[in-house]
Design a protein around this ligand. Structure first.
Ligand code: PHE
Length: 341
């Protein structure tokens, strides 16, 4: 029995020392010291020994058990130290490597132009309003005095959402004039920017979706002089103090009189170049004195109150502001393009 004990001790110690993984070590523990382990099996045979032999053998068996337990514990410590070192090595952070700067985005150039505009109007005492892109034909056309047969009402021009042509994607921000007067009454000074939709083919100057800024001022004694003064000031703040403007007669159903406002080409100074298509002038916006019918439709007495309104395309503004040649660039969201601003 003594020889058997020695054999177990030797075999076990060798395998324990050779164990390279925790799992292997654990199965060795089970193999030798577990309930069905070799040492336990041997101890069960103690009964066969003579009473004189038993104490010595018992003591030896206990020593072997203690020895193996100690060896397993030591090897476990070695293995876990090794595992820790391996992990540390794997997860080493070299703090001397220069950091990678995360790519930082920024505002889209068109929204920068919009913010600039809003700032100008806020400083002039205007309020900024928001309104729906899905609009009632009533607000988009009828209450803006657009007659039933007006070409812009055609299905080939406007995106209708219902068969009866009562709901549509707004084709202009002008319905915000009605919403402002209806919602807030007079006096009023507001601007409202947002998307508008028209059935236009995409090219360098057209897109079926674009942005407009609408403006409306209604108060007692508002005249065309206020319209000109306000718009000249805004245009000069954007394009520079020496910008030359031109107010040209035009027609809109909801303003009377109406005009279009041009600026002298900032590229060629009026001589004519590709930017102004040889005209010397660049069309900037539509404007006019709010039609008495429109005022009356919103419960405002045109004998007492008058006002002016204007609407301009934001894309065109951004194109001019940042010298961008093609409107498609504004919507394509090519990072290489956007990074330039
Ligand atoms: N809504 C007009 C357009 O889209 C612009 C405009 C707005 C004209 C306000 C006059 C007054 O062309």
């Amino acid at each position: 029995m003594k020889a058997q004990l020695e054999a177990i001790r030797k075999g076990a110690l060798d395998s324990i020392a050779a164990a390279q993984e925790m799992a292997g070590l654990e199965s060795l523990r089970v193999k030798y010291l577990g309930k069905k382990g070799e040492l336990t099996a041997l101890l069960k045979q103690m009964g066969k020994l003579s009473p004189e032999e038993r104490p010595a053998m018992g003591q030896m068996a206990n020593e072997v058990r203690a020895h193996l337990e100690e060896a397993i514990e030591k090897q476990a410590a070695v293995l876990s130290q090794k595992a820790l070192e391996a992990r540390l090595k794997l997860e080493t952070v070299d703090v001397t490597i220069p950091g990678k700067r995360p790519a930082q985005g920024h505002k889209h150039p068109m929204y920068s132009a919009l913010d600039e505009m809003k700032e100008i109007f806020l400083n002039m005492g205007f309020e900024v309003m928001d309104g729906p892109e899905i609009e009632q034909a009533d607000y988009n056309f009828t209450r803006l005095n657009a007659p039933e047969n007006h070409p812009s009402r055609d299905w080939t021009d406007t995106f209708y959402l219902t068969e009866d042509s009562s709901v549509l994607l707004r084709s202009q921000t002008s319905p915000m004039q009605i919403r402002a007067m209806e919602g807030y009454g007079v006096p009023i000074r507001m601007v409202s920017a947002g998307r508008v939709y028209r059935k236009d083919e995409v090219d360098a100057t057209h897109s079926p979706m674009f942005h407009q800024i609408e403006g409306l001022v209604v108060d007692k004694g508002i005249t065309m002089a206020d319209l000109k003064g306000t718009l000249n000031e805004v245009i000069q703040q954007i394009y520079g103090r020496d910008t030359v403007t031109r107010f040209r007669p035009h027609h809109f159903p909801f303003t009377e009189p109406s005009c279009e406002v041009d600026i002298q080409c900032y590229k060629c100074g009026g001589k004519g170049c590709p930017t102004c298509k040889g005209e010397g002038w660049i069309e900037l916006l539509g404007a006019g004195m709010v039609h008495p019918k429109v005022l009356r439709g919103c419960g405002i007495d045109p004998e007492e109150y008058s006002g002016f309104a204007f609407g301009l395309g934001l894309e065109r503004l951004a194109l001019g502001r940042y010298k961008i040649s093609d409107m498609r660039l504004i919507f394509e969201n090519d990072i290489r393009f956007l990074e330039q601003f």
